[in-house]
Design a protein around this ligand. Structure first.
Ligand code: AMP
Length: 634
């Protein structure tokens, strides 16, 4: 990644101040790339994904063309710059982002989009606008009414050009570009560069230079069409064809959308009917879900998006077509309920997560007969993928129990306490007088546990795919490899720590002395991660993982349905070296003992791990020396 600071870039001082005031110090790759000297004044074709920081990038280019350092901008009666975007949502975002970035430049900004009264646009234009942001249809409308005069425009930005063409705006774009002076500067941004985009560039740009920030960064095999978003962890689950819906439900449950404060997901499907069914099934299971498909009116689409922004809905179910041009902030999870039709669509759909440096997860639900196709799609976008079994019902139940225990053991009182503590106290006193506390607790818990969200039963389908055929072997593990039931563990690293199965898996293996084959589903949550260990390896794993790793002393692993860790808090004092941790208590097979039994297990020494014969790792899974159980710390 680039570590270029904005201070080192040739920026207009008004923008430098705005960025500093916003707390943005380090430029994102596209932002440093576009300011390279060879691009000054040139038409550009910028390969950029949503969330890459592209708005600030073209904002700096607008400033480069429109402003002179040390000379105040002179306002005129007609706009000097035009930014064309595919959707109203994006127009609002761009208006917002350019608003603060260009605030101190003297430029007057306005955004004109369909679906709003044209009167406001006309008033704004009469008042004077220097930089116009808008959607193609409304801009053409204003231009035809001769209220938007593009005759002195010096810079045109076509943002998300591929989406504009997909949405059928070619003619409108041509109309607008023809209305602007031929000697203008034209900046085109696009996530993909299909032939139609290249044709548009040839027709309306002059000797445009390509800017691919990933290539500039030295990003290996990355190319405009092929680079997967670096902040997205790709996970593929192979499922029996008829269990697609159940798998989606489990993926969403395992991600714990309901518990995480801000987590949001988009589920993509191919057909309207499929998407409608999926939506109905999710709502029936208590998910706050909403749906967008091609037959919905713009107003409904806006409402759905607004609900998502406000947090009233956590899951948006969408067809590929309807989702074109959606701009949702902070989507943490993308589920491809059906395989996308092509690699571009996979990149587009997945690009709705992993934005602005946040870690996102894209999960592909792959039918048993679709593995090859999924592999091809993932290889085409260069995505390193973790193939694993879909989270099982047991996995989800264990994770839910673990979260419940964590919530009950939290030090602070729940913020949304509605029952006065005096009332609670009165009930406690009555119960205490008549029954032992443990008995009451057991009853309460039985009731609560019964209410925890349940996963769907799933048939086990081997997740591993084409063996030697697979050019990018991810960790291949499947619950089908486990000869006895898997045991769920928790590690105290989650999305907030940019957890990614790619580095979590080696860490889990190293810490617990197991091989990839013995690790099942890995589910990253906002604050921690659940993972499954093959039943026969679970005991050794629990003992070995209880040892403190001097390379990662704050990393804590517990059995998920065991009591909360007794280890020092992550930012607390360093615990004394293992084997002081009496964690083995939670590793005994069920029934599991209540907290407070801190008796150390009879054996602390990790038994050298022997993979069961059928776990013999494939050559590329050969455990590296560091996968061996670590000797006890001194
Ligand atoms: P965009 O790709 O333009 O939609 O930007 C995505 C988000 O990243 C926006 O909220 C930006 O404000 C934010 N962003 C852009 N550049 C930076 C930066 N250099 N540092 C931190 N955040 C940024």
């Amino acid at each position: 990644m680039s570590t270029t600071t904005f201070a080192s870039l040739p920026l207009h001082s008004a923008l430098a101040r705005a960025l500093a005031a916003r707390g943005y110090e380090t430029a994102m790759p596209v932002q440093s790339a576009v300011l390279e000297p060879r691009y000054v004044g040139r038409d550009l074709i910028i390969s950029s994904q949503t969330g890459s920081g592209k708005t600030i990038a073209f904002g700096t280019l607008l400033a480069q063309t429109l402003l002179v350092e040390g000379t105040p901008f002179v306002r005129g009666p007609r706009p000097v710059a035009l930014v064309i975007v595919p959707t109203r949502e994006l127009a609002a975002q761009v208006r917002e982002e350019l608003g603060w970035l260009l605030r101190q430049t003297g430029l007057r900004l306005a955004s004109f989009t369909g679906g709003t009264s044209v009167g406001g646009d006309l008033r704004a234009l009469a008042h004077g606008v220097d930089l116009v942001i808008g959607t193609p249809g409304r801009l053409v409308d204003l231009s035809r009414r001769e209220r938007l005069d593009l005759s002195v425009v010096t810079t045109v930005v076509l943002d998300e050009a591929d989406e504009m063409l997909d949405l059928g705006f070619r003619e409108d774009l041509e109309t607008l570009l023809q209305a602007a002076p031929a000697e203008r500067r034209t900046i085109l941004l696009s996530a993909t560069l299909p032939s139609e985009i290249r044709a548009l560039a040839r027709k309306f740009q002059r000797d445009a230079l390509p800017v691919d920030p990933r290539a500039t960064e030295g990003g290996a095999a990355a190319s405009a069409n092929s680079a997967a978003h670096a902040d997205i962890a790709y996970v593929a689950h192979v499922v029996a064809g008829h269990e697609r819906l159940a798998a989606v439900v489990n993926v969403l449950r395992a991600f714990d959308l309901q518990a995480a404060d801000e987590a949001r997901a988009i589920v993509f499907g191919t057909t309207r009917d499929g998407v409608a069914q999926l939506h109905a099934a999710l709502v029936a299971r208590g998910f706050a879900a909403t749906v967008i498909s091609g037959d919905r009116a713009q107003a409904e689409r806006d409402r759905a998006l607004e609900q998502m922004r406000q947090g009233q809905t956590r899951v948006l179910v969408a067809t590929n077509v309807a989702a074109r041009g959606l701009h949702l902030p902070d989507v943490d999870l993308i589920v491809h309920a059906d395989l996308p039709l092509n690699a571009e669509s996979l990149a587009h759909r997945s690009g709705r997560t992993g934005r602005a440096g946040r870690k996102g997860t894209a999960v592909l639900i792959v039918g048993a007969h679709e593995r090859r196709k999924a592999e091809r799609l993932l290889a085409a976008i260069n995505a390193r993928t973790t193939w694993s079994a879909a989270p099982s019902a047991e996995f989800i139940a264990a994770a839910a129990r673990s979260r419940m225990i964590e919530a009950l053991l939290k030090d602070e009182e729940p913020a949304d306490e509605t029952v006065p503590s005096a009332a609670v106290e009165a009930v406690i006193q009555k119960l205490e007088a008549q029954r032992p506390a443990r008995q009451v607790l057991a009853r309460l818990l039985a009731r609560e546990l019964g209410r925890l969200p349940a996963g769907e039963p799933l048939t086990v389908v081997a997740a591993s795919s084409g063996g030697a055929r697979d050019a990018r072997p991810g960790p291949r593990h499947s619950r089908s490899d486990f000869s006895s039931k898997g045991v769920v563990f928790r590690i105290n690293l989650g999305a907030k720590d940019k957890a990614d199965p790619r580095w979590m898996l080696p860490l889990i293996c190293r810490r617990g002395g197991v091989t990839h084959r013995e690790v099942g589903a890995i589910r990253i949550g906002p604050r921690d991660t659940m993972f499954e260990i093959a039943g026969e390896a679970a005991h050794d794993f629990s003992v070995a993982s209880a040892q403190m790793d001097p390379r990662a002393p704050h990393v804590r692993i517990d059995r998920a349905d065991g009591p909360a860790a007794t280890f020092a808090p992550a930012d607390g004092p360093r615990p004394s070296p293992a084997p002081a941790r009496p964690a083995a208590r939670s590793f005994k097979p069920a029934p599991h003992k209540a907290a407070g039994h801190h008796k150390p297990a009879p054996h602390h020494k990790p038994a050298p791990h022997k993979p069961a014969p059928h776990h013999k790792p494939a050559p590329h899974h050969k455990p590296a020396p560091h996968h061996k159980p670590k000797p006890k710390q001194k």
